[in-house]
Design a protein around this ligand. Sequence first.
Ligand code: HSE
Length: 325
Amino acid sequence: MKTVKIAIMGFGNIGVGTYQGLETNHDAIAEKTGIDLRVKRILEIDVDRPRPVNPDKSVYTQNVADIFGDPEIAVVVELLGGLEPATTFMIDAMKAGKHVVTANKAAIAANYEKLMDAAKENHVLFRFEASVGGGIPVLTAIQNALLANRFEEVLGILNGTTNFILTQMTEGGRPYAEVLKEAQEKGFAEADPTADVEGYDVANKLSILISLCFGKRVKVEDIPTVGITGVTAAEIEDAKKNGEVIKLIASAHLKDGAVECSVGPQRVPLSHPLAGVSNEFNALYLKGNIVGETMFYGKGAGPLPTGSAILGDVIDIARHIEGLR
Ligand code: HSE
């Protein structure tokens, strides 16, 4: 059995979900892969906050040098969120020879080339499956099984918080503020939920998908973006009467070699597959020139589904570095 030690930076909802996922399935992962995966360090200031997991207090540190300077730590999982210090920490981790896994869509979308270049220059792996679609393994599919394709269209529901809110408003007639609060309690929402409800979170995810699918960079600020704060109960009712539901839709396609893209609420006919995607579930429709139409579906937010994608990346890296794949 090979032991691979990792560090988690940031022990909020997603850090806890990742730790909990590993605690639950450590032995199953070891059985399947031959790797004994251990969390050696957690970078976190708030060590006393009640959490559903209880790492030994000695694991916590407030000093990144304890992580970057520890030769035993092979993989750093960045779950601080936000642009800084997350981006600098990821690059510093790479410079220290650590492989990096993150769920931080804002940092990736804003600093895509910088992070990719840092990984290349420092000969380390950089993985970010959890940044788009939570637990749905869509980035891995785009970069592996679907690699032979030229992508023609990307269409999806890519934010669990807003889909949860719209579903509950539509199906339960519940008020916006009450449902947003529940989405926050369930760990779906960003630390500042403005990013969710104003569509910026989806724009970050769409920017990443455009980079991977079309090989073109579209900055988040260049994606026309509308959130759900302007969607009224009356509009939802009106859509219902017409056999439609309102969904926050991300879309991108190529037109004459240029990317056309947008994020915004759209009325989707009930007969459309995206209409049935409810609550925190996400779905991504991809059209490739060889494969044709594909659709990915699963939980797009929440500590455990997101933790599942993070652990998948960590395990994949661990297998690479141990020469087990
Ligand atoms: N706040 C995000 C969402 C988390 O609700 O989808 C997952 O990226």
